[in-house]
Design a protein around this ligand. Structure first.
Ligand SMILES: *Cc1c(COP(=O)(O)O)cnc(C)c1O
Length: 391
């Protein structure tokens, strides 16, 4: 296996970002300082809401947002099984039960038409994920929530900068969550944030991230809390990147357009829509769907073949309900969510980051097409993706 020379994701740090981080290190103020305040103000403005609270990961953001909205023991939260496992894990962290609802085969997002049938007397919220940065059909989802008195939390961890009908993703529900892990377009290595229009939700998230202490008066303990603070270095990095977010997003979109040109009309690959009708996509990775005959083990062989050529790719997402801990705890089995399972067997995430060149995009596209023509020739490796930086 050749080492990975085209990773799935790569941070795009400028000298200005590095300088901002160094300045913090030299300042001696490493946590809960001016960078946190500045980053939060910039995030709230960006999301088009009044409040943002930065935390140590996207998962923490989801967990604390749910708790701040009063979700806990005995409650059910409707969510998608086609997501990064973090979204369902966060519901469990809050003490509630994730109730999966199958996706729409076109958008790969929660199918709003199936939500209502899953509502019970215990349902309190919908955790909607904008999968691969594609906006979910928020109007329909918010309508179901209104009808049943449910809270809506947006997992916008893959969707920073995406829009639904002119509104930034993350700013449409009761709370929205962004993530700043190393494979995200804005990154501090790790990190997350909750954005919200509700001052009380923001106050509670801020208390929960710091041991349940009142943000306005740390001698007052208002909640059982956690330790989920973000460092000043991470906030400085995030703030510095957010200051040029439009350039970051545009560059990623340009890479997606390169893929589209390099792949459109070749074989029967299904390419992501450049301009979905719901609104603006934020390009997290470039996810193609293979034709049915190339799904499952063929898809895995194609992924292995790409990695053998030094091109990292992602088999996003394994259905959450079929992951061993979820099967054990909730008795899910194959066939429970057929649209998710069919999509999961055929999706392949290709590298996408701003620094990707036209030549690299062409190399990935050509390798993919070649492997799709002859997937049976690809040897199955014993370990995959070793040395690959992020998954
Ligand atoms: C990245 C991501 C998260 C958050 O991940 P963390 O590693 O906790 O920051 C949550 N949901 C989705 C869909 C993600 O892609």
């Amino acid at each position: 296996m050749s080492p990975i020379h085209i990773p799935l994701a790569a941070p795009e740090l400028t000298e200005a970002d590095v300088g901002a981080a160094l300045e913090v290190l030299r300042s001696g103020r490493l946590s809960r300082g001016p960078e946190l305040e500045g980053f939060e103000a910039a995030l709230a403005e960006f999301a088009g809401v009044s409040h943002a609270v930065a935390v140590n990961s996207g998962t923490s953001g989801l967990h604390l947002a749910l708790r701040a909205l009063g979700i806990g023991e005995g409650h059910e939260v409707l969510t998608t099984p086609f997501s990064f496992v973090a979204s369902a894990n966060a519901i469990l962290h809050a003490g509630a039960r994730p109730v999966f609802v199958d996706i729409d085969g076109e958008t790969l997002n929660l199918d709003p038409g199936r939500l209502e049938a899953a509502v019970t007397a215990r349902t309190r919220a919908i955790l909607v994920v904008h999968v691969f940065g594609r906006p979910a059909t928020m109007e329909e989802i918010l309508e179901v929530a209104r009808r049943h008195g449910l809270r809506v939390v947006e997992d916008a961890c893959e969707a920073l900068g995406g829009e639904y009908r002119g509104h930034r993703l993350g700013g449409l529900g009761d709370a929205g969550v962004y993530a700043f892990y190393a494979n995200k377009p804005v990154t501090g290595g790790e990190g997350g944030a909750v954005v919200t229009r509700h001052p009380e939700v923001a106050r509670r998230v801020a208390a929960l991230r710091n041991q349940g202490r009142d943000p306005a008066d740390p001698d007052r303990y208002t909640d059982f809390g956690y330790s989920c603070r973000l460092t000043e270095v991470q906030c400085a990095l995030g703030r510095s990147q957010l200051a040029r977010i439009q350039a970051i997003l545009e560059r990623r979109e340009a890479v997606a357009r390169m893929y589209d040109r390099a792949l459109r009309g070749r074989l029967d690959l299904r390419l992501p829509e450049l301009e979905p009708e719901e609104g603006r996509r934020s390009w997290f990775t470039y996810v193609v769907r293979l034709p049915e005959r190339l799904g499952g083990k063929h898809r895995d062989a194609i992924a292995a073949g790409l990695e053998a050529r030094g091109i990292q790719c992602g088999r996003y997402f394994p259905p959450i309900h079929l992951l061993p801990p979820y099967r054990r705890a909730f008795g899910h089995r194959v066939g429970d969510f057929p649209v998710t399972e069919a999509a999961a067997a055929r999706t392949l995430a290709l590298p996408l980051f701003g620094g990707l060149t036209q030549e690299q995009v062409r190399e990935v596209a050509d390798a993919l097409v070649e492997l799709c023509v002859r997937p049976q020739d690809v040897p199955t490796p014993t370990s995959r993706g070793r040395g690959a930086p992020y998954e």
